[in-house]
Design a protein around this ligand. Structure first.
Ligand code: ADP
Ligand code: MG
Length: 259
């Protein structure tokens, strides 16, 4: 299935929780918006952290990703504006957890998001999909919709091991459901250069994945962790912080790679 327009769709995925997926999604979105790109964030996690972290109240969604997946609303109806972030959001809340069960019964259940995004392909330059910490039907909808996957990871001892399930899933989706899908890159996040182990794992990553490791490294920075409680990406909340600057740099790296 060829898709019109220049809209590029990326999943931010890693089946582990707490590794920086949502932080990467909202800050990359805000960074790309600052570079003048039109960005849509799709929150595929029932926790709704990307929604809240973009300043959209997940308890007050008329429509969200749940409705999009079950085709009771289109993206044009479900999207909300993140005024702070400068991008649009299709939000999520706990209702989305139910979609998983309801989708199982339906035809083309893994293609729902892809079909919905095709309708807005002229509205955006980038779509960033924040995936839940699992390789579930929700994540599958993200992978089938996407051109590529951005994998945030902490440089910890078991990091490489955890990656193999995700890499295998991406391979299978590539082979069976979405031949466009590729790993765009691995993003080292919450990095602390003073920790020798992190440096070692970082070197291992580069040895193993080569050019698939993004040049930009996101440091551990408390301002990035504080920003969500203000309903803002860190890039907007404290632009002078080291974490914000790193994400702006990452947005430049992505824009340079992909135009
Ligand atoms: P995930 O979406 O993978 O579960 P999050 O992006 O929610 O992960 O990050 C997990 C926690 O770590 C959150 O509390 C977040 O604010 C914090 N965090 C993420 N990235 C950083 C960072 N670079 N420096 C400090 N804290 C971070
Ligand atoms: Mg998350």
């Amino acid at each position: 299935m060829n898709r019109a327009g220049g809209m590029r769709i990326f999943c931010v995925a890693n089946q582990k929780g707490g590794v920086g997926k949502t932080t990467t999604t909202v800050n990359l979105a805000a960074g790309l918006a600052q570079l003048g790109r039109r960005v849509l964030v799709v929150d595929l996690d029932p926790q709704g952290n990307a929604t809240m972290g973009s300043g959209v109240d997940k308890r007050q969604l008329d429509f969200g990703v749940y409705d999009v997946l079950l085709e009771s609303a289109g993206i044009a109806e479900a999207r909300r504006r993140s005024d702070k972030g400068g991008y649009d959001v299709v939000g999520a809340n706990r209702e989305l957890a139910g979609a998983e069960v309801e989708l199982v019964e339906l035809e083309h259940r893994e293609r729902r998001l892809r079909q919905a995004l095709a309708v807005v392909c002229d509205d955006y330059d980038f779509v960033l999909i924040d995936c839940p910490p699992s390789l579930s039907l929700l994540t599958l909808n993200g992978l089938v919709a996407a051109h590529g996957v951005i994998v945030p990871m902490q440089c910890e001892y078991f990091a490489l091991e955890g990656l193999s399930d995700l890499v295998n899933t991406i391979r299978q989706v590539h082979a069976n459901l979405n031949p466009e899908l590729q790993i765009i890159g691995l993003l080292r996040v919450m990095f602390d250069p003073r920790i020798t182990l992190q440096q070692q794992v970082s070197e291992q990553l580069k040895a193993h994945f080569g050019g698939k490791v993004f040049d930009t490294v996101i440091p551990r920075n408390v301002r990035l962790a504080e920003a969500p409680s203000y309903g803002q990406p860190g890039v907007v909340f404290d632009p002078t912080s080291k974490g914000a600057q790193a994400f702006v740099e990452f947005a430049r790296e992505m824009a340079a790679r992909l135009g």
